[in-house]
Design a protein around this ligand. Structure first.
Ligand SMILES: [Zn+2]
Length: 205
């Protein structure tokens, strides 16, 4: 789940470490999957991406990496990028700088992540202070696959209506989102591939 539907693009230029959208100079799209790795879903996502020759970025939660280490290794082996999405999926706005910093470090013990995505999109002064020298990757297109009042078709239409070259698109690698994610993802891959787009991982630097 995320709070911010459209983080304002002006934030990106205001705070150099914040990324809302990638450069639009090529027909590239950046799919991201939050909250995994998850048994039963991560492998399906990897297979679906592979069949479309697509790359993506997985923002993983530390507690789920410990549960599903093999799946995390599969993500890396398939050539996708990964980012730190906290250890316990905490609410940064309710935590102290030390709590945010400790939670980030706990997940960082599992992999030397170069990127961070705050849970629920809760970016602020405390998290920027707690996690220095890392890029914060937000998004400009939220599929809303976690919303139980939406259909897979709603998610598909929202993404095809809102995404443009350079867009960072959020999906979830979770039980809650899987029904809508599994409907929308292959259709989005087909839709944009037919229009000449390429799906890429977000580079570390
Ligand atoms: Zn999340």
């Amino acid at each position: 789940m995320a709070l911010l539907d459209h983080p304002p693009i002006w934030l990106q230029s205001l705070i150099g470490r914040l990324v809302v959208k990638m450069p639009a100079d090529e027909k590239s799209l950046y799919l991201t999957f939050d909250d995994g790795p998850t048994s039963g879903h991560t492998q399906w996502i990897l297979d679906t991406l592979k069949s479309h020759e697509a790359k993506a970025t997985f923002f993983c939660i530390g507690k789920n990496i410990r549960k599903n280490r093999g799946l995390f290794d599969e993500i890396l082996k398939a050539g996708h990028e990964v980012g730190n999405h906290s250890d316990q999926h905490i609410h940064n706005w309710k935590c102290s700088v030390k709590q945010i910093s400790d939670d980030f470090a706990e997940c960082q013990k599992l992999h030397p992540f170069a990127m961070y995505r705050p849970p629920y999109g809760e970016v602020g002064r405390k998290s920027l202070k707690a996690i220095p020298n890392k890029k914060f990757i937000l998004w400009d297109v939220l599929s809303e696959d976690y919303r139980e009042d939406k259909s897979g078709e709603d998610c598909f239409k929202k993404v095809i209506n809102e995404a443009s070259a350079g867009s960072i698109i959020v999906f979830h690698d979770s039980d809650k989102a899987s029904l809508r994610m599994r409907y929308a993802l292959p259709r989005i891959l087909d839709h944009f591939t037919a229009r000449g787009f390429v799906f890429k991982s977000i580079p570390q630097s």
